[in-house]
Design a protein around this ligand. Structure first.
Ligand code: ATP
Length: 504
């Protein structure tokens, strides 16, 4: 069924079930206004609507546009006339910051629930999910489902019929399939406007328009402010050690690069990996290098940014992030500091409810995901993460990144010296430096190299030598010293979990 029809049916059910406030989370307000009006006509109900722009609107009755601009006054005026009516409210955002509006809506909702007011529903159409706590009990949230491939195909065909002389059945090869994949995660309005843009630039729909679609999608990601598209230079060669993790990533990338053949062969499409462990030891570096290894764009989701202050806002952000990720597939989704969003679950505090719901949405997506969005989640402290997350089937593998061993420290040193003073490498006694950096993480080692090079430059030396590096080590307080206790606690948590060691 078309996503729009599905939502229409859902709203219709909620109206029949006398849900007092039905909150439709959408950017396509005009389209949903029409849809609700259609429902009202089908149910032989009256309807009225309010927006900041047009004030109060009742079909068939013309009113001066400045009348009813204030929502509270409108509610007071319409209160006795709400029976057998759908009352649509748009532009709710700032209105819900007014306690008197919230209180009035709550009273109407109470009357609907106690049947003092019959056959009435308030329908809110808004992209924001700012539901005040006082209204939470009375609000039923309707979220649009991402359109399925059939729905997208219908949109394309409808667009062609209206706007071009092209017939979709004349599309060559698998162009329809490619176009459908490229338009995944978009709303009907977004699809229409992107296709219009392609046609206005190229005169028709064909492969030459794909770059426009890609650009538009990048714009959407930027506008959302939830995900960030990162350009990376890092490859697996920039990581010293972590050989097992690197080998594993290469294998998964090989499956991704031959997706169709792999699927035919019965190979499951890789879902993603959780890389957890010590700070400064290359977890983020591995997420970035995954992008180059898979040859796919990298989207970064910052869990801290996802958490909103209003009820439902965080879930809304999570849903949007998932939609945007699906829309950008094939891609790598890097979820940084995974513990930030889900750590509150076991706390039992007020944040734990939100965290639990957020977590549920995320797990369902991970479980059902069939798109080519490979998730790389990174976390420091997993002790507070819910155990369900670590069960097999969510991630393909969970890797534990420990402090680098001697051999790994040598490789990290080589990488960072080579990057800056390639010719000096052969003159340095790496073994001695390695011995002195026991307990240093990758970031500490990089810091030592940077510091030593700067000192050598300021001292007007013509090359970097071992003595300079040893002096820099003496000046450094490695993380194992500054965070001794918390690292010890982390280490014992990881020991119990028996995760795969990222090092060979
Ligand atoms: P955090 O948990 O604090 O975010 P992290 O494990 O994600 O830390 P990174 O951000 O990947 O650590 O590492 C910080 C920097 O340290 C990297 O940009 C890189 O320059 C250097 N580094 C860390 N580990 C390695 C490594 N194994 N090989 C090469 N460089 C490394």
């Amino acid at each position: 069924m078309h996503a729009q029809e599905e939502i229409k049916k859902e709203i219709s059910h909620y109206i029949d079930a006398c849900m007092p406030i039905i909150y439709v989370d959408t950017l396509e307000i005009g389209m949903y206004r029409t849809l609700v009006e259609e429902i009202a006509n089908e149910k032989r109900m009256d309807y009225a609507s309010w927006s900041l722009y047009g004030g109060m609107h009742i079909p068939g009755i013309s009113m001066p546009t400045n009348m009813g601009r204030d929502l509270l006054t409108t509610l007071e005026n319409i209160r006795d006339d709400l029976e057998n009516k759908l009352f649509i409210i748009e532009d709710i955002g700032s209105q819900l910051e007014r306690p008197e509006v919230v209180s009035y809506l709550r009273h109407i909702a109470e009357d609907i629930v106690s049947e003092k007011l019959n056959d009435c529903n308030i329908i809110i159409l808004s992209p924001l999910q700012r539901i005040p706590r006082e209204l939470e009990l009375y609000v039923t949230l309707v979220s649009r489902h991402a359109m399925d491939n059939e729905g997208i195909k219908e949109c394309i065909m409808e667009f062609c019929k209206k706007n071009t002389r092209q017939k979709p059945e004349d599309f060559v090869d698998d162009f329809m399939k490619t176009l459908v994949t490229a338009l995944r995660g978009l709303t009907k309005t977004e699809i229409d406007s992107i296709l219009s843009l392609v046609v206005s630039k190229h005169g028709r729909l064909d492969m030459s328009g794909m770059s426009i679609i890609r650009k538009e999608k990048q714009q959407m990601i930027k506008k959302s402010g939830i995900l960030e598209m990162i350009n990376v230079k890092e490859t697996l060669d920039d990581i010293g050690g972590l050989e097992r993790l690197k080998g594993w990533l290469k294998k998964k990338a090989a499956v991704y690069s031959q997706y169709y053949e792999a699927e035919q062969w019965g190979v499951d499409i890789p879902k993603g990996v959780l890389i957890a462990g010590m700070p400064g030891c290359g977890k983020s570096l591995a997420a970035k290098a995954a992008s180059a290894t898979f040859g796919l764009p990298l989207l970064r989701m910052d869990m801290g940014r996802l958490m909103g202050k209003y009820v439902g806002e965080s879930e809304g952000n999570m849903r949007r992030a998932i939609e945007l990720t699906e829309a950008s597939a094939p891609c790598i989704l890097w979820i940084d500091e995974l513990e930030k969003a889900f750590a509150g679950i076991q706390s039992g505090g007020s944040g734990s409810e939100v965290a639990t719901r957020l977590f549920g949405n995320f797990l369902t997506w991970m479980q059902e995901k069939d798109s080519m969005a490979f998730v790389v989640a990174t976390a420091n402290d997993i002790s507070k993460l819910p155990p369900e997350l670590m069960r097999k089937g969510r991630f393909d593998e969970i890797f534990y990144v420990d402090m680098p061993k001697a051999e790994e420290r040598k490789k990290i040193l080589e990488i960072h010296i080579k990057k800056r003073r390639k010719d000096d490498l052969s003159q340095i006694d790496l073994q001695q430096v390695v011995r002195e950096t026991d307990g240093f993480c990758g970031a500490d080692i990089e810091g030592v190299v940077r510091d030593a090079i700067e000192e050598a430059f300021v001292a007007k030396k013509d090359h970097l030598d071992t003595a300079e590096l040893l002096a820099a080590i003496k000046r450094t307080h490695p993380i194992s010293e500054t965070m001794k206790d918390s690292l010890q606690a982390m280490k014992s948590t990881y020991k119990d979990k028996k995760f795969a060691n990222a090092s060979a």
